[in-house]
Design a protein around this ligand. Structure first.
Ligand SMILES: [Zn+2]
Ligand SMILES: [Zn+2]
Length: 421
């Protein structure tokens, strides 16, 4: 039994914003109300903190199996708990690729043994994510996969996209795409524009992303399947999603904290500024901020992408794409979205909770009878992110040493403290 006292409950599902206590029993929320009694259970004083539904990260890379030099399910999920996430969705681009039920099961079983938070794997669209034959999607769903994607690369062809959408519509699974026209992106290491010219680095145009988004949305029109754009970074892509939503299509999208915080002008030869999609133009970043405010964007997702120092600390051209994300996501959202006055706190909470839940076709709320997954955070706590202190096996963050106002304070999964500051 656990009683969370003196917090401010923010629940986007019901619109609740109130100073009430939450009592948890047997992994579920037993009671929500004023001045609740602990009934002999443990008391957690949440004075000055916000009590939100458990954060869900739709997009991360835990690197296990096959990439344990950079991260493991254990090290990655410890970072996730410190970031306030109660559930994370690892992408299937492991070695072997998560394209069949035995890999899915091994991830779920490993997570059950070592992870403080829930791990909801995303299965591959195609075998080995090669873009040819479909993966064992129904069997992976049975084993615990919550969506499908060939992340790391796009769903290779329109034909394959049509096939997987037809299949996933009947299974009730969302198809997630890493949108990239590979012919336009080939060889590029950052976004094409004045910044890439100045640095002398090969750039990819914004259209490399939006062309693929346009293709996919036309496949949604053909099939009626639920479709989600991963790490959307460009203004034109966002406009396509906004238009599709207006027409009632089951289309959603996520944005990462690095894409709404940084832009291509921030890129240096430091490989911690190399990610895919690359940091976009200032105008694109402004568009993302508008989309986060007006409801076009459904979720903030980290794309936590650890790479061991031996792999990442090389010349910009040779370094792999991606940066760490779990531990700085909430602090960056508060810094860029809430403290600037762009978004009300409730909307930011929605982007970490009910928004991603909707993408997966599930619910998230704080009410009696619901699973007791809760994220407790402070919008004011002053701290400095030190990547050297992270439980991650990697160190690739451009935010090392950045000082923040606001941080996760405690992560509750199934009624138990998964982590506390
Ligand atoms: Zn991707
Ligand atoms: Zn990714």
């Amino acid at each position: 039994m656990l009683l969370i006292k003196n917090g401010r409950v923010l629940d986007p599902a019901s619109g609740t914003d109130a100073a009430v206590d939450v009592r948890v029993d047997n992994g579920r929320i037993a009671e929500v109300g004023a001045n609740l009694d602990a009934r002999g259970g443990e008391v957690l004083d949440a004075k000055g903190w916000i009590v939100a539904p458990g954060f869900i990260d739709l997009h991360c890379h835990l690197r296990e199996p096959g990439g344990e030099l950079s991260e493991t399910i254990e090290s990655g999920t410890r970072c996730a708990a410190r970031g306030g996430f109660t559930a994370v969705c690892p992408m299937p681009n492991t070695r072997p690729v998560n394209d069949n039920a035995s890999v899915t099961r091994s991830i779920v079983e490993r997570a059950a043994a070592v992870s403080p938070v829930r791990v909801w794997p995303i299965g591959a669209v195609s075998q080995e994510s090669k873009g040819e034959a479909l993966a064992e999607i129904a069997a992976m769903k049975e084993a615990g996969a919550v969506a499908v994607s060939d992340d790391g690369r796009p769903v290779a062809t329109a034909k394959l996209m049509r096939q997987v959408m037809d299949y996933c519509r009947s299974l009730g699974l969302t198809v997630i795409d890493h949108c990239e026209d590979v012919s336009l992106a080939a060889g590029a290491v950052m976004r094409e524009g004045p910044a890439s010219v100045r640095l002398g680095l090969r750039g990819m145009p914004a259209a490399a992303e939006s062309i693929c988004v346009a293709r996919d949305i036309q496949m949604v029109e053909l099939t009626g399947a639920r479709y989600h754009v991963a790490h959307l970074s460009a203004r034109h892509s966002l406009e396509l999603v906004r238009d599709a939503k207006k027409r009632g299509l089951p289309v959603s999208c996520e944005v990462t904290p690095h894409h709404f915080t940084l832009c291509d002008e921030d890129v240096t030869y430091d490989s911690n500024y190399k990610m895919n999609p690359p940091l976009a133009s200032r105008d694109d970043r402004d568009a993302l901020l508008e989309g986060l405010a007006d409801g076009t964007v459904d979720a903030i997702a980290t794309d936590h992408a650890p790479h061991a120092p031996s792999l990442k600390d090389v010349e910009f051209d040779r370094a792999p794409f991606g940066i760490l994300g779990f531990e700085t996501a909430l602090a960056l959202a508060l810094e860029q979205l809430v403290h600037t006055g762009r978004l009300p706190l409730m909307r930011m909470v929605e982007l970490f909770t009910t928004g991603p839940a909707r993408v997966l076709g599930i619910e998230r709320k704080i009410a009696a009878g619901e699973t007791a997954d809760l994220t407790l955070f402070s919008a004011d706590h002053q701290w400095t992110y030190r990547v050297a202190d992270s439980p991650s096996l990697s160190r690739n963050s451009p935010f090392d040493g950045r000082s923040f106002r606001g941080a996760p304070m405690a992560t509750v999964v199934a009624g138990r403290l998964a982590w506390k500051r």
